[in-house]
Write a protein that binds this ligand. Structure first.
Ligand SMILES: CC(C)(COP(=O)(O)OP(=O)(O)OC[C@H]1O[C@@H](n2cnc3c(N)ncnc32)[C@H](O)[C@@H]1OP(=O)(O)O)[C@@H](O)C(=O)NCCC(=O)NCCSC(=O)C[C@](C)(O)C(=O)O
Length: 282
C-alpha cells in the first residue's frame, strides 16, 4: 500500500452524508436529448425524462477557489481526502423505482458507504463507494451506488487486456469528439480537466488523449438497452475496466437479451472491453 495512504483515517469518512436539491428543467431535458442524440420527442414540462439524466442533477457548485488541481471540488469535504491524484469513475449499480419528470424538485441524499484499498496491476487503488438516493416529494425514485477509484500519478498505465472485445449483436459507433465530451461535462457541471483540457490530461495525468466520461458511456449504453429491450431497463450496472479516449471511435455493443437481462459493453475498434454493463427488466 502507498505510504501516503492512512486507510483508518480515510475510513473515518464512512457514514458522512450530504444532501442537495435541484429542479429538473425543460432546458436540461432538451440539452441532454441533443447531446446524447436520443430518438423521439424532447420531454416537455410534466413528461417523463430519459434515464440516467440524474447524473446531471444535484451536482456540487464549488466556488473556483475551492477546486482541486484536477478541476473537481477539493477533497476532504464530503469525499475523503484520498492522497492519490488520479480520480476515475469505476462503476455504478443503479435501481430505478420510478421515473423523473420535467419540473420535478429532486432531492439527493449521498452517503459514504465504504473506503477500501486494493493493489491492482497498475499500482495502489483506493475505491470510495457512495450511495445516492434521489427522491421527489419524499418518494424514492432512484438508488445509485457509485464507485470512485483514485490512483497515483506515477502508477503504471492500467494493464490493457490483450483480448479484443467481442462484437455485439447490436453495435453502434459514436465519435467521442472533444465537443461531445465538453457538452457532457457541461451537462453534468463536471470540471474534471481530463475530459476537456488536453495539455493537463496528457502532460499531468499521463493519458494519451481526453478521457471519455464513464457516465457518458453508461448513458449511451442504457439508451441502446432501451432500444433493444423496447423500454428503459429497471436496473443498470456498469464497471469501467479500461479507458477510452477522444481520438478513437467508440463502439456501443449489446449482446443477447435473455431472462430479462442484457449484457452491454463499450470498446474501441480492436480494443478490449472498456465499460462492461448489464441492463435488467423486472
Ligand atoms: C480502475 C483501473 C485503473 C484498475 O486497473 P488495474 O489494472 O490496476 O486493476 P486490476 O489489477 O485489473 O484489478 C485490481 C482490483 O481492482 C478491481 N477493479 C478493477 N477495476 C474496477 C472497477 N472499475 N470497479 C471496481 N473494481 C475494479 C479488480 O476487480 C481487482 O479486485 P480484486 O483484487 O478484489 O480482484 C482500470 O480498471 C481502469 O483504468 N478503468 C477505467 C476507468 C475509466 O476509464 N473510468 C471512466 C472515465 S473517468 C471519469 O469518468 C471520471 C469523472 C466522470 O470525471 C469523475 O471524476 O467522476
Amino acid at each position: 500500500m502507498s505510504e501516503l495512504l492512512n486507510l483508518a483515517e480515510l475510513q473515518g469518512w464512512i457514514g458522512a452524508e450530504e444532501t442537495a436539491q435541484d429542479v429538473l428543467t425543460a432546458a436540461l431535458a432538451e440539452r441532454f436529448h441533443a447531446t446524447l442524440s436520443l430518438d423521439g420527442e424532447v420531454a416537455k414540462l410534466g413528461d417523463v425524462v430519459p434515464r440516467l439524466i440524474h447524473f446531471c442533477l444535484c451536482q456540487p457548485a464549488a466556488p473556483m477557489n475551492a477546486l482541486g488541481e484536477d478541476g473537481h471540488p477539493a477533497r476532504g469535504g464530503f469525499l475523503p481526502p484520498v492522497p492519490l491524484p488520479r480520480r476515475m469513475w469505476a462503476g455504478s449499480d443503479i435501481t430505478f423505482h420510478g421515473d423523473l419528470r420535467v419540473g420535478d424538485a429532486v432531492q439527493r441524499l449521498s452517503r459514504i458507504a465504504d473506503v477500501i484499498v486494493k493493489e491492482g496491476k497498475s499500482g495502489t487503488l483506493c475505491f470510495v463507494t457512495v450511495d445516492h438516493s434521489f427522491t421527489v416529494n419524499g418518494q424514492l425514485r432512484i438508488e445509485d451506488r457509485q464507485s470512485i477509484v483514485y490512483r497515483a500519478l506515477q502508477s503504471a498505465p492500467a494493464a490493457v487486456s490483450p483480448t479484443a472485445a467481442p462484437v455485439g449483436e447490436t453495435v453502434s459507433g459514436v465519435d467521442p469528439s472533444p465537443t461531445l465530451l465538453f457538452r457532457y461535462s457541461a451537462l453534468t457541471f463536471n470540471g474534471h480537466r481530463i475530459h476537456y483540457d488536453a495539455p493537463y490530461a496528457t502532460g499531468v495525468e499521463g493519458y494519451p488523449g481526453l478521457v471519455v466520461h464513464g457516465p457518458l458511456q453508461a448513458t449511451l449504453l442504457l439508451h441502446l438497452a432501451a432500444r433493444v429491450g423496447r423500454r428503459p431497463p429497471d436496473a443498470f450496472r456498469f464497471r469501467s475496466l479500461s479507458t477510452l479516449y477522444d481520438h478513437e471511435e467508440m463502439f456501443l455493443n449489446a449482446g443477447t437479451l435473455q431472462n430479462g437481462t442484457l449484457p452491454l459493453w463499450t470498446a474501441r475498434a480492436g480494443g478490449p472491453v472498456a465499460m462492461q454493463a448489464e441492463a435488467s427488466w423486472q
